[in-house]
Ligand binder design. Structure first.
Ligand SMILES: *Cc1c(COP(=O)(O)O)cnc(C)c1O
Length: 219
């Protein structure tokens, strides 16, 4: 199936309040343009350098989301244009984003990444660390970032029960934090293999790559 057909198929399955991030990492600009011409304006990348190269040449009304792990020394390369950073997993990183956003006289939207998977390899904060950040004075003094939600990735497993449990846990944390923090409205959860379940567990933003663009080839 074509990229456009894949995109339309997924869009028909998404409730209206759920935002689709088309994950275009490793994919060529031609593929992105095919999705763009079919109406998709939000794209996700996991490497800052690759995203910046694409941003430079592709239409300027594309919203670029950084969905991968972010190294602090690279924030400066995307600070001028990035529209949402999903994987913020430390206060130090949040401070660096704030500093770089200030240089561009703008404010950058961020999601705090929560560790919900069993694997140690996945990044993210635990619930206590999240609460500590959001209630600190230092956080309240950051004027050039907006924390607008949470993001999480489930364990890489075929066990649907395990994934469901992890999504439910993240949704619980999201609901709790939303009550006490007025800026929080987005829950980024769900990828090609698990987005239907993520949506039934309360996701408001899904990050879908291979179901739109086909399998990735890493060289
Ligand atoms: C690659 C990636 C995705 C998309 O994965 P697919 O299985 O291709 O849909 C979603 N989220 C993150 C953080 C990713 O790195």
């Amino acid at each position: 199936m074509s990229i456009e057909a894949n995109l339309n198929k997924i869009k028909r399955l998404l409730p209206e309040q759920v935002t689709l991030v088309a994950v275009s990492k490793t994919k060529p600009n031609n593929d992105i343009m095919e999705a763009y011409n079919a109406g998709q304006k939000v794209f996700g990348e996991n490497k800052i350098q690759e995203m910046t190269q694409k941003w430079e040449v592709l239409p300027k009304d594309i919203e670029w989301h950084m969905i991968g792990h972010v190294q602090r020394n690279k924030v400066k390369y995307m600070a001028a244009y990035v529209s949402l950073i999903h994987g913020v997993d430390s206060f130090k990183l949040l401070k660096e984003i704030d500093k770089q956003a200030k240089k561009h006289d703008r404010s950058i939207d961020c999601l705090l990444q929560i560790h919900i998977a069993e694997e140690d390899s996945k990044f993210g904060l635990d619930e206590d660390e999240l609460t500590t950040i959001l209630s600190s004075e230092e956080y309240k003094n950051l004027k050039n970032i907006n924390v607008i939600g949470l993001m999480g990735m489930a364990t890489f497993t075929q066990d649907k029960g395990q994934i469901e449990k992890e999504f439910k846990n993240l949704h619980r944390i999201f609901k709790k934090i939303k009550k006490s923090t007025s800026s929080i409205s987005i829950l980024s959860m769900g990828m090609s293999g698990d987005y239907a379940m993520a949506i039934s567990e309360g996701s408001t933003m899904v990050r879908i790559g291979s179901s739109i663009f086909g399998a990735r080839n890493y060289h």
